[in-house]
Design a protein around this ligand. Sequence first.
Ligand SMILES: [Zn+2]
Length: 345
Amino acid sequence: METITGCAICGFPMEYRPNLYVENGICGACINAKAKKDIDFQARQKWLTQHLEQSKQLAGGGEENYDCVIGVSGGKDSHMIVKRLVQNHNVKNPLLITTYDESTRTQAGVHNLNNIAEFFDADHIIYRYKPKTCKQEMKECFEKYLNPYMLAELRLGSFESEVVKIAKAFKVRDVFYGEDAAYEYGSTKELNIFHKQSTDELKFIFMGAIYPYGYLDSMHEARSVGFKDLQDFHEWYRQGSVEHFAQIDSIGYMVQYWCKFVKFGAQRTTDMATRLCREGAIEREQALLYINEADHILDPLAKYDICQTMGIAESYFDKIVDSHANTKIVKKDANGVWRRIKKVV
Ligand SMILES: [Zn+2]
């Protein structure tokens, strides 16, 4: 079997990520993780408290005004962000905004979305975009780009998102998100506090630039304020996953990540295994096992759920996947399952 060499630290198969930078056999994500140790996060945390106070004054200083907007899915990162802003940065009246996911919510997801507003006694807007149109768009994005959540993600996380529009409507000056994915996954070298499209009136702040972002750190912070995961409910033991506490809000959501496997040769399982390795939770050898033996697995319930949401048959799903598969990187095994051609070593 042909092999390729993964990152010397985490095992990530570097040729499978467009835009990833690599130096001396080490991936950008590992280089950035090390570079974080030289960032003065305490100074950034001090700055944030002052910045939020200044924003409050600029907005008129009234108690009735929102201090900031936080885009929340209800997941571990959402809980971590709200907790830190409230407990460490004097935020008293945040506005939480969720964009509704049309896939079926898990029990843990229902609990967490409810918990995040209740625990902090915060106002919470759940924005649901036209359901029929949304499902139709998911189907079209899946057919065309093999990326069912492409438009839904823009409504959640971009500077043109509904979250930002609502923040503007309430004259809020700061919008918070979690990690800066470009930095965490090694496609940029700068860990900037502000999203580059931030303006004088509206700042888009990455909490991962204020506190060093960590997968396990977020989970511990979240659990301390009532976050629960799939295991707490014994509801769904996902196939092909490294853990049971991330991206658990809905059942079908994770399919978009799996779609990257057939297109690029690596998906979330590899991302998470290498991340856990970077955080010291597992060894490189273990990460390689996940990369080679689990990354190709599509959880059957997740597949069923997203097919239901998009209103298509599973056989049609397979047909679309086949039409997008990059056969230079993946090939079907005897059971008709797409597998990576090369083994990562
Ligand atoms: Zn690496």
